[in-house]
Design a protein around this ligand. Structure first.
Ligand SMILES: O=C(O)CCC(=O)C(=O)O
Ligand SMILES: [Fe+2]
Length: 389
């Protein structure tokens, strides 16, 4: 979901200061240690039963049942920057259609080699395989940047995952990795450099897709990307979903929408990611040659609901751990964002009020990442022009 509050706990100030801050945060300044679900399970403080989802919201689709009647559109991203005008138009058109109807699509021909993707994944696996005391060196307080061993235990839904939330800034990644691998500087350096360059590429791909989608809506391509700034919450998350004894009652991550503009995801071959399309859950087939892309709530809101931020979730399984690496592309989080007047018409009155990403993110984290977070931004009486904004 990538909705971590913006804390500076793992940034800047040199290793000594960072360590001191982190240790203080892990121990809790007021003696409060945030407890996360999987960590609590491993500590014997929670049981499998506590994770069970009952009633209508139970998992309905096994992790390895994929797109059957309808396949997720696959976009040739290379064509968007290629010289072949017809291919560009065709792929732009299909991407826009997918962004409106599914809120999800896959991209191929993206220029990132499988070798690079798999190397990042291997290193991520090494992180999750570390003893808990090492991972806790970068533990996130309040669902903030750092290691999270699940969802906070007092949330209604108990997530069966552990994750590492990262702010995509080299010094942030550097501080975290150096703390965890203080005894292996060579590995730490390699990990930092692989991860940093991977995320730089993800950011470029994201920007390209956002600009093409914006152009497809008839706006200047940089209408939204020019709102990238140092306050942008471009961040990333790597998730590990351990095998689970009862996947029929437990979710890796329950249904939610992502708050940012756009997410780019690589999932390993295990399967489990499912998207809600026209009221039906559809499993997304893992596929090494593509990334999965989905639009977030910010993009839906600032396109007046033309583009769609789809609910998605992850199913777990009894035998295999699953890993996913996700980059969240965001724009400025302190500026007021508004729907451009060109997207407001008589047929499509203004639906969302001006908002800041920070305000929205705080709201949804406080609501435990719901699927209907965007209702918070809806205006009571849709209006026909954007002039009152
Ligand atoms: O692990 C996945 O495939 C999806 C995770 C996800 O939706 C998220 O972290 O926001
Ligand atoms: Fe998500």
């Amino acid at each position: 979901m990538g909705a971590a509050p913006d804390v500076e706990s793992v940034e800047g100030g040199g290793e000594g200061k960072v360590k001191e801050t982190l240790v203080r945060e892990v121990e809790g300044e007021k003696g409060q240690i945030p407890l996360y679900t999987l960590q609590a399970l491993w500590d014997g403080k929670m049981k499998l039963k506590d994770f069970e989802v009952v009633g209508e919201e139970k998992p309905t689709l096994p992790h390895n049942v994929y797109e059957q009647d309808e396949a997720l559109p696959v976009i040739d991203i290379g064509a968007l920057v290629g010289m072949d005008k017809a291919a560009r138009e065709e792929n732009m058109g299909r991407m826009l259609e997918a962004a409106k109807s599914w809120g999800f699509f896959k991209i191929r021909n993206h220029g990132v080699s499988l070798e690079v993707v798999k190397k990042v994944e291997r290193n991520v696996k090494k992180f999750f395989a570390l003893p808990m005391d090492k991972k806790l060196l970068v533990k996130a307080t309040n669902f903030a940047f750092g290691y999270v061993g699940g969802s906070p235990v007092d949330w209604r839904y108990k997530w069966w995952l552990e994750g590492l939330h990262m702010k995509v800034k080299e010094e942030n990644i550097r501080n975290m990795v150096n703390l965890v691998w203080s005894g292996d500087k060579a590995f730490a350096e390699e990990f930092i450099s692989d991860l940093t360059s991977y995320f730089v590429t993800m950011r470029e791909l994201s920007r390209l897709m956002v600009e093409c989608l914006t152009e497809g809506l008839g706006l200047e391509p940089d209408t939204y990307t020019k709102l990238e700034s140092k306050n942008a919450i471009c961040n990333a998350r790597v998730n590990h979903y351990p095998a689970c004894p009862d996947p029929s009652k437990v979710f890796g991550i329950p249904a939610h929408t992502d708050p940012q503009m756009l997410s780019v995801l690589y999932q390993d071959e295990v399967g489990g990611l499912q998207v809600l399309k026209d009221g039906k859950w559809i499993g997304i087939q893992p596929d090494d040659s593509t990334f999965v892309v989905n639009l977030g709530d910010t993009f839906q809101a600032i396109t007046n609901g033309i583009l769609h931020s789809a609910a998605h979730r992850v199913a777990v399984n009894t035998t295999r751990s699953r890993y996913a690496t996700i980059y969240f592309y965001g724009i400025d989080n302190v500026q007021q964002l508004r729907v451009p007047p060109e997207l407001v018409t008589e047929d499509r009155p203004l639906k969302y009020r001006p908002f800041t990403v920070n305000e929205y993110r705080d709201y949804i984290v406080n609501r435990q990442i719901p699927t209907d977070g965007l209702k918070y931004l809806e205006i009571d009486q849709p209006v026909v022009t954007g002039t009152q904004l």
